[in-house]
Design a protein around this ligand. Structure first.
Ligand code: 9G3
Length: 569
């Protein structure tokens, strides 16, 4: 491609863009925003997107998944069969056709694919079956941000598998897991597969694939000693054992005027936060539940929700707190509640002695409260957020946090959708069974940003060769100079004749502009035809390291493969 005619509108600066990848993709002319979370992919962006898509497609085909294409426009009826038309909020894009019928633009396609398969497959002999698509999804995010990382219209590879039994699902899940490892490795990503929470989609057993990035939205807990890694929403906490004290004095009330937070009361009473019990009243599927964790710990709401297998789990409203406790939020405690409610506590609370809790009275706390003596806990469970320095639940090593960008997510769905949609097959005994299903996603357009996040510096993008829009960036420093123009044109023709993808900067721009643009665009290997062209010498240079050398123009084809190979190391 010749830059004189190419549509690559580079920019020196852009308005605020918190993610480096977002800023660089805009400045290098890869994408342009049409609306919040809605992007144009310009020619360079499209070429990268196609390279990523091709690698995903190759690895999905390799595990025997069959590619199809489902409609983005789905009749609401399908989504009413699973109840998701009603219970997914404003994120679900709804519209009406000209006859006033309800439709949605698909955010994912469990219903669509299950409807297709239930109409065509009815015997175990045709199982297992894995189908996938690479298709545009719509999710009306409240706060679309960070460019391609959280869009409202985006490209996803979503695959769905259908099985006669759980063992078969486990095999396909493992096949996807390995395919994802191959895909993210080929894409040059530094990633981790982490245990994750299945969330609203349901099912047991799920992993997320996280591209490590300090600016990533997700936090993962990683063990320094073994390969344990989990989304912190899921990471298990090991409860340390402490013995109960027998000689704790009777509890007593103390005034703590105007001090609501544990921070304030801990300072006011000069008692450590570890001696406090944090009391949070939740409404879980509408029922008030008092949740207790140690004062220096945080409640993990995903664990609380999963403990009750609840649909809804949120902090109680102020009036519910007053009704149940008799006091405002900062003074709630497990002793002397106005209304009896279920009390659950983190394992760490079980081993506590001589604690401080809210007195269920404004401006008052209780000292010397002894769990098990002064109040009963209905259930102890692992419901706190893991912290850096905690013990690894697998090997006892030390847990530390990393931030990541979720680029893949694999789920064992079970029969949730097939049951809801009466998608059955006849098993070997002729008995009707619901399909056992799995679903597996990769954020394809999000990957472009994740790769850019990991492969860039402040001057611009640095694409791994497998996904770069071109392999070689050929730059004629001064196209007005006959020697340079001749040598550059000859090289351009020779490289293209060899099937090498070349971006040729043949513009009549100053050298400085050309090199700044080349640094932004991020093509791994650069060939510079400059003043030494008249001696037949050109410079070959790596974008990543800046390593370069002067070589004879006629040796470029011979030298290129070794430079392309070291471009990624
Ligand atoms: C919705 C809306 C947003 C959603 C969903 C449904 C996320 C929804 C989870 C999944 C699960 C898997 C197949 C590929 C891999 C991920 N956001 N999810 O189900 F209606 Cl508005 O999409 N689907």
């Amino acid at each position: 491609m010749r830059q004189k005619t190419a549509f690559i509108p580079t920019l020196r600066t852009v308005a605020e863009a918190e993610m480096l990848s977002h800023q660089l993709l805009l400045r290098a002319g890869y994408i342009r925003q049409l609306a919040a979370g809605v992007y144009n992919f310009l020619p360079l962006g499209q070429r990268v997107l196609q390279k990523v898509t091709e690698i995903v497609r190759e690895e999905m085909n390799r595990i025997g998944a069959q590619e199809l294409l489902l409609p983005a426009l789905n009749p609401a009826e399908l989504w009413q069969e699973t109840g998701r038309f009603e219970n997914y909020g404003p994120e679900l894009v709804k519209l009406q056709d000209r006859h006033g019928r309800d439709f949605i633009l698909g955010p994912t396609h469990e219903e669509t694919i299950t409807d297709l398969v239930r109409g065509e497959i009815n015997t175990y002999k045709k199982l297992p079956l894995t189908l996938y698509q690479i298709q545009t999804k719509f999710r009306d995010e409240r706060r679309p941000r960070s460019g391609l990382l959280r869009g409202r219209e985006f490209l996803m590879k979503d695959s769905y598998s259908f099985h006669a039994d759980r063992e078969s699902l486990d095999q396909t899940y493992e096949d996807h897991y390995q395919a994802y490892v191959r895909i993210f490795t080929r894409l040059g990503l530094n990633f981790r597969a982490v245990e994750a929470d299945a969330g609203a989609i349901g099912g047991k057993g799920t992993h997320e694939f996280m591209a490590l990035a300090d600016s990533g939205e997700d936090t993962i807990a990683i063990c320094e000693a073994c390969d344990y890694a989990a989304n912190i929403e899921m990471a298990e906490v090991v409860a340390e054992v402490t013995e109960k004290q027998e000689d704790v004095p009777k509890f007593e009330k103390v005034p703590t005027p105007g001090h609501g937070t544990i921070e304030e009361v801990s300072t006011f009473l000069s008692l450590p936060k570890e001696q406090f019990i944090k009391n949070l009243l939740f409404e879980i599927d509408g029922e008030p539940v008092l949740v207790l964790v140690r004062g220096d710990h945080e409640v993990n709401e995903v664990k609380v929700k999963n403990l009750f297998e609840a649909d809804r789990c949120e902090l109680a409203s102020e009036e519910t707190v007053r009704r149940v406790s008799g006091a405002p939020a900062g003074f709630v405690g497990p002793v002397g509640l106005q209304q009896k409610v279920k009390i659950i506590a983190d394992f760490a609370v079980q081993g506590m002695n001589d604690t401080v809790v809210g007195a269920n009275e404004v401006d008052a706390h209780l000292l010397h409260v002894q769990p098990g003596r002064d109040f009963e806990v209905d259930q102890y469970a692992d419901i706190r957020l893991i912290q850096e320095g905690d013990v690894c639940p697998r090997c006892g090593g030390v847990i530390r946090f990393e931030r990541g960008i979720e680029v893949g997510h694999v789920f064992k769905l079970g029969t949730r959708y097939s049951q809801a949609m009466k998608a059955h097959f006849l098993d070997a005994q002729g008995k009707e069974q619901p399909f056992v299903m799995g679903c597996y996603g990769i954020g394809v357009s999000r990957l472009v940003a994740a790769i850019a996040e990991q492969h860039s510096d402040e001057s611009g993008l640095i694409w791994p060769s497998q996904v770069a829009p071109f392999a070689v960036h050929l730059i004629a420093v001064n196209m007005k100079n006959n020697d340079q123009a001749r040598v550059a044109e000859e090289l351009y023709e020779k490289l293209r004749h060899e099937g090498i993808e070349v971006l040729f900067d043949d513009r009549l721009e100053r050298a400085g502009v050309k090199f700044k643009d080349a640094d932004l665009i991020g093509i791994p290997v650069r060939i510079i035809v400059g003043s030494k062209a008249k001696e037949g010498t050109v410079e070959i240079k790596l974008r990543r390291t800046g390593e370069s050398s002067q070589i004879p123009a006629e040796d470029v084809l011979k030298e290129l493969p070794s430079w392309l190979a070291k471009a990624d190391r």
